[in-house]
Design a protein around this ligand. Structure first.
Ligand code: GLN
Length: 288
């Protein structure tokens, strides 16, 4: 873990180094194990060497179309929790004008408004990279619009059915009312993850085919619209939760890391202080 360099006390207390979060953008036809597959993200500052094939490749997909309510925090959280376990991490940002590389370890998709969501689905379908990654056994974590578009079909801006990527057997349409607000949900006990806290804002409702399990049972909020929240099958997991979801729910972040990298040691209490504090605040706000 890189030692904190920022003067921000939150960053410092959290062991977080903003300079370590620089992203690399996939070039036109990235071969993730070749010599120089990435160019520096224009918003990045400083220099970071590509870490090679042993690094955990975290691929953040289409943030120019899909990233609402701080979804980028999911990437930061995964990178931080991996590094605290001594794992090298290679964050890769892929904007929507680039093909999706198929050799990543964990893919992240965020939420989005209706039209960007349709555009993202069309481009990802045409490129085929994410479907190939899923077929290779990559971990996929998808939020809200991203969750809907990895399924078979979802409702477009006027409610019309739009083809998704068919990576997980779920179908989404438009519900009668928008789900907006805080969510609490009890996670499938098989996953060993604490109660979920998050924020939702969506019109879509989602149903599952056989072989797909609900991620959680809703205690408060709308989620999938049938009393359940999110879905998972194999190493593909989707949720309606923003917040960002992995920042509010570090157990979910660790589940994804475990799927990608195997069993992980616990994180020292001192490195969990801010994570626990945020989680406690959000849970208290819902029950107040
Ligand atoms: N456009 C989708 C819906 O309203 C997803 C919204 C979101 O990602 N927050 O259902």
């Amino acid at each position: 873990m890189t030692m904190p360099t920022g003067s921000d006390p939150v960053y410092a207390a959290n062991g977080y180094d903003p300079a370590s979060e620089m992203l690399w953008t996939a070039q036109e036809q990235p071969g993730l194990t070749s010599g120089h597959p990435y160019e520096r993200d224009q918003v990045s500052q400083g220099v970071r060497a590509a870490q090679g094939p042993s690094a955990l490749r975290l691929v953040w997909l289409y943030p120019d179309l899909l990233s609402t309510y701080g979804d980028r925090g999911n990437l930061i959280m995964l990178a931080r929790r991996a590094r605290l376990r001594g794992l090298a991490v290679e964050p890769i940002q892929v904007n929507s004008d680039r093909p999706v590389p198929s050799q990543g370890d964990i893919y992240l998709l965020g939420g989005g408004e209706d039209l960007p969501q349709v555009l993202a689905a069309q481009r990802m379908r045409a490129g085929g990279g994410l479907a190939a990654a899923a077929a290779n056994g990559a971990v996929i974590f998808a939020v809200c619009a991203g969750y809907q578009l990895i399924g078979s079909v979802f409702g477009g801006a006027e409610g019309e059915p739009v083809d998704g990527l068919g990576i997980i057997d779920i179908s989404s349409g438009r519900g009668e009312q928008r789900g907006v607000g805080e969510v609490l949900a009890d996670v499938d006990p098989q996953l060993g993850v604490d109660q979920l806290t998050g924020f939702e804002n969506h019109q879509g409702v989602t149903s599952r085919g056989p072989g797909v399990k609900p991620l959680a049972r809703v205690i408060r909020g709308i989620g999938n619209g049938d009393g359940t929240e999110g879905a998972y099958a194999g190493r593909v997991l989707g949720t309606y939760l923003h917040g960002p979801a992995l920042v509010r729910n570090p157990g979910l972040a660790d589940l994804l890391l475990t799927w990608a990298a195997g069993p992980l040691p616990p994180i020292a209490d001192g490195d969990e202080a801010w994570t626990k504090r945020l989680r406690a605040e959000r849970l208290a706000a819902v029950s107040a």
